[in-house]
Write a protein that binds this ligand. Sequence first.
Ligand code: PMV
Length: 320
Amino acid sequence: MRAIARAQPNIALIKYWGKRDAGRNLPAVGSISVTLAELYTTMCVEYDDTLLDDELIINGQADGGMLPRIQRCLGTVLGARRRPVRVTSQCNFPIAAGLASSASAFAALTVAADALAERKRSTDELASLAGRASGSAARSLYGGFVELENRPRDVSVSSLRAAADWPLQVVVAITATGPKPVGSTEAMEISRKTSPFFERWVEQQPQDLAAAREAIAGRDFSALATVAEHNCLKMHSVMWGSRPPMIYWNSVTLACMQTIRNLQEDGVPVFFTIDAGPQVKAVCTPEAVSQVHVALAETTGVEAVMLSGLGEGAALESTA
Ligand code: PMV
């Protein structure tokens, strides 16, 4: 028995940074993201009676390091008493470099494991289970513009607007590959405990969420650009103010931000956002995409540029 699911990563425009309940992995703030179309993770989860223990294969290689996190997620979806499974994951973009590979991985894993268990849970239930493994994974269950609402006891995820309604494009400038120095779970806890800006960050999030919601409802690119850049820089200020400080940027990250500022000065509709990694994600309108792509590819130090439209939420591909 096996089930295969596919999920796309999402890029937060209003960021999730900080947990209010680390045990249940509940976020301290709500967030808004866009789900991508062309980058994806495929997860195959299968029972195999020859297995003595669970097995994880990522892009063709056995991976023991990630296995405990995968097993915890499988435990919540399949239950504690279960047969060993083989999990085979394929990802068409760099893993653990601030490109939300954990979001697409845990969203796809949750959908595949649910199908293997023949549970047929609702998308909301699946989002909540994926979110326990990786907060941002909850958002990859939905397509287009997605809001994760932080409710008193849990979270609720919903789509604010379909991808086809406002087909923005995302250009990702890869400035360095390789795993990040501090994982987001640890980094968020360091920020919560030590950053003098953390409380203000949490306090101000509702107003940024409201501004982004309004901009998305009205397809107001310039309003969305203003609040998204502000929210991103505020999240990084929280990290910079932590002890020890966490600086995910490199000099090429800054060069890409400058490239985007230059494009904005020329009237090009584009804005940047940066997550817990050195890559720069430029969000732009379809008309601007080739100009943004060329400008970032020509920025000194950029290793590669990837392009994606907005896409659908995680989906089951097949069961056998
Ligand atoms: O879901 P996690 O634990 O990988 O954290 C994601 C944190 C950011 O990518 C920096 C922001 C976000 O909302 O995706």
